[in-house]
Design a protein around this ligand. Structure first.
Ligand code: ADP
Length: 251
């Protein structure tokens, strides 16, 4: 911390200092407000699974464990709500972790994307087409975080569509482009502006059923920005959705 001696400053300098100071205040205020919204949204999201777990536990305490059907139903609900809380907490930590400054390294996206595609193909038994322009698509970054972005985009494409999913990796001059395209329900123009917001889900009930938290795309966007890239969406309701991830190519 350095103390500023304002007496020796000219009027212009003082004016400039005032402007800088006000900009800093605005920035801090905005960060603080964002933090407040995040804490309030996070508490809200955690409240539902907590109250479901609690009500099943109370039900079992009241009725005892004689009714096997009820015991089974309660345990399944408690287990799945605990999974949900775990996922929420992991994703919230992941958002915080993205802010850490870690040493970036050269990452070849081709095998990274290919591996992720293969993992999903095996796990979900769904058709995922993978097109690549080259066996080497190198970017500077953190491999685990880049993999997380690819994972989120493919996971969403599979979750929100029934048909084939297409993944394409290509290099253009100074950037690498990854497209993840599906032929699912699509996203309206209005929702396209909000899907990258934390906890935003187009169809809350449906997304909850598929294990959605509304944090995936916020995480993907935050990682992309930390890699000086861009993540955009283009979609038509009833036709499908395409996400485009652009990252600077490492020469
Ligand atoms: P979630 O955990 O709910 O999937 P995301 O942040 O990953 O959260 O996505 C936010 C919302 O954007 C989803 O709830 C869904 O409504 C919508 N969405 C994301 N990807 C797609 C897609 N490929 N097709 C249609 N809707 C999508």
């Amino acid at each position: 911390w350095k103390k500023i001696n304002v007496e020796s400053r000219s009027k212009d300098e003082l004016y400039e200092m005032e402007m800088t100071f006000n900009e800093m205040i605005d920035f801090l205020k905005e960060s603080y407000e964002k933090q407040e919204v995040f804490v309030s949204d996070a508490s809200h999201e955690l409240k539902t699974p907590i109250s479901i777990v609690k009500s099943y536990a109370q039900l079992l305490k009241r009725r005892g464990t004689g009714d096997q059907e009820l015991v089974k139903e309660s345990l399944e609900a408690i287990d799945s709500e605990a999974d949900r809380m775990q996922k929420l907490v992991e994703q919230m930590l992941s958002l915080a972790k993205n802010k850490q400054d870690r040493e970036k390294e050269s990452v070849n996206l081709t095998p990274l994307v290919e591996q992720t595609v293969l993992t999903f193909q095996k796990a979900y038994d769904r058709e995922i087409q993978f097109k690549r322009e080259s066996d080497e698509c190198i970017v500077q970054g953190l491999p685990d975080q880049l993999q997380q972005v690819v994972y989120i985009l493919i996971d969403n494409a599979l979750k929100y569509s029934q048909g084939e999913v297409e993944v394409e990796l290509s290099g253009r001059d100074t950037v690498i482009e990854l497209t993840v395209k599906d032929y699912g329900k699509g996203i309206s123009q209005k929702d396209q502006n909000r899907i990258f917001d934390r906890f935003y889900r187009v169809d809350k009930a449906r997304s909850r059923d598929t294990g959605g938290t509304g944090l995936g795309l916020a995480i993907a966007k935050s990682i992309t920005e930390a890699h000086h890239g861009e993540l955009t969406v283009s979609s038509k309701v009833g036709e499908g959705t395409s996400f485009l991830l652009t990252l600077p190519l490492s020469q």
